[in-house]
Design a protein around this ligand. Structure first.
Ligand code: GRF
Length: 231
């Protein structure tokens, strides 16, 4: 099986990178990570990628154009099919983004278009929302915008602080991102009028109310079986 060649761009901890590496370790998974690009040498994810056998490149983000020029060379060298931003904390050059239009994904820790930006979980708590979650979307030049591929939801608990909510969302990110990339790799995503059509998609049959006195059922949309999450 010819696997989709994915380049992962990181700036930090790299827990989504780890989740993607784990998914790719399964020979049945339709994608492989061909290169990791970090703009920071001290990024934990960079150390993680260096320890693994995945090629890993450091490209300091001196300015947008220089980064884009260097990254473009690497993506070409590794015959990249898809770019996955995973905690990449710099704004990308808009020509670079356009070149990878509908072939570059990002994961964000909120239910976009709510709470874009650097403090999504803090903003969600401040707004008093009852659910939050994560979004995988195609990248457009405006920060945290672009056609939505998949979303997952988590409840917000009354005693949540930013750390607790972030951890809950992050766990779901680790499931959502590999599934979204699988959909891409299987050729099931099509962007029509800036919305993503998913082929052979069975929408979730559950909904949830918060607050309620019962266990909330969470379900990643699309395609992942429902599972119970702890209250
Ligand atoms: C994640 O919360 C992701 O949604 C956001 O940045 C964070 C990266 O975490 N874009 P990690 O580096 O993958 O652990």
């Amino acid at each position: 099986m010819e696997r989709l060649k994915v380049a992962v761009l990181i700036s930090g901890r790299g827990s989504n990178l780890r989740a993607l590496m784990k998914a790719c370790a399964d020979p049945e998974y339709p994608a492989e990570i061909v290169v990791v690009i970090s703009n920071r040498r001290e990024a934990l994810g960079f150390a993680r990628a260096t320890r693994s056998r995945t090629p890993c490149k450091l490209v300091p983000h001196l300015d947008r154009w220089l980064f884009a020029t260097e990254a473009a060379k690497i993506l070409q060298e590794y015959k990249t099919d898809l770019v996955a931003l995973a905690g990449f904390m710099r704004i990308l050059d808009s020509a670079f983004v356009e070149k990878w239009r509908d072939r570059m994904l990002n994961i964000h820790p909120s239910l976009l278009p709510a709470f874009p930006g650097l403090h999504a979980q803090r903003d969600a708590l401040a707004a008093g929302v009852r659910f939050s979650g994560c979004t995988v979307h195609f990248v457009r030049p405006e920060v945290d915008s672009g056609p939505i591929v998949a979303q997952g939801i988590v409840p917000v608990h009354p005693n949540d602080d930013e750390r607790r909510l972030s951890d809950r969302i992050l766990q779901l990110e680790h499931e959502l991102y590999p599934e979204a990339i699988r959909l891409f790799a299987e050729g099931r995503l099509r962007v029509v009028d800036e919305k993503v059509e998913v082929a052979d998609w069975k929408p979730p049959a559950v909904s949830a109310i918060n607050p309620e006195g019962r266990t909330v059922i969470s379900r990643i949309s699309p395609d992942v079986p429902a599972r119970k999450v702890a209250n």
